[in-house]
Ligand binder design. Structure first.
Ligand code: GRF
Length: 208
């Protein structure tokens, strides 16, 4: 048996950080063989930064406005990840498109979560868009990120039914509950090297 090493995650956030919290909790509970090595937020006041700090995790705000170009900003993100030996970059409510600098440095090692069943309802308001469209089934997608928003190969999806009595608020709660379960599970599959990519298709072997 090969010796296993815990994966080091670099988490990108922009806001509340409930997915980050689910990842930290799974890691601390021994359900995820990975540690959050750094949290980087695109917003100064992100609640996720406080969550990380509470767990003794390095958490910083990198302000895009302080960089002349998107390239320089992304190069800085890469520098931070490299300095902490990050293996996998995890976008968790990160509201910016990640640059080529980071994507090229982390081939098939940048993941994102989207609160709809891609390729339906991509973009910044997937839950609301699905609700307003009137679909009866929506859900959550975890996928590898590429240079196009919400387009990369799909690792995991779970459906959520929109019932007659649902409001946007109840649907949001149902979606977040699924997110907080399937994101750590997808990361655990990566940590346990059960994930294999073949073109656009991602194969995930069953866990023990
Ligand atoms: C989640 O719904 C995620 O799918 C989307 O942004 C939201 C982030 O929530 N990309 P949080 O910051 O993890 O609480």
């Amino acid at each position: 048996m090969t010796e296993s090493r815990r994966l080091r995650l670099g988490v990108l956030i922009s806001g509340s950080g409930t997915n980050l919290q689910a990842i930290i909790d799974a890691s601390e509970a021994g359900e995820l063989d990975a540690d959050v090595a750094i949290v980087i937020s695109s917003h100064e006041s992100a609640r996720g930064l406080e969550r990380a700090a509470k767990h003794g995790i390095d958490a910083i705000h990198v302000d895009r406005g302080k960089f002349d170009s998107a390239g320089a900003y992304n190069a800085r993100l890469l520098e931070e990840f490299r300095a902490r030996f990050v293996d996998v970059v995890v976008m968790a409510g990160y509201m910016r498109l990640l640059g080529k600098e980071v994507l090229d440095a982390y081939p098939n090692a940048v993941v994102n979560i989207h609160p709809a069943l891609l390729p339906s309802f991509p973009g910044a308001s997937g839950i609301k868009d699905a609700f307003e469209h009137g679909v009866k089934v929506t859900g959550v997608t975890v996928h590898f990120a590429n240079e196009v928003f919400d387009e990369g190969p799909i690792i995991a999806q779970e459906a959520v039914r929109i019932e007659e009595g649902d409001t946007l608020a109840t649907l949001e709660a149902k979606i977040h509950e699924v997110e907080h379960r399937i994101y750590p599970a997808a990361l655990q599959a990566i940590a346990q090297k059960r994930v294999r990519i073949e073109g656009r298709r991602v194969h995930v072997a069953a866990g023990a």
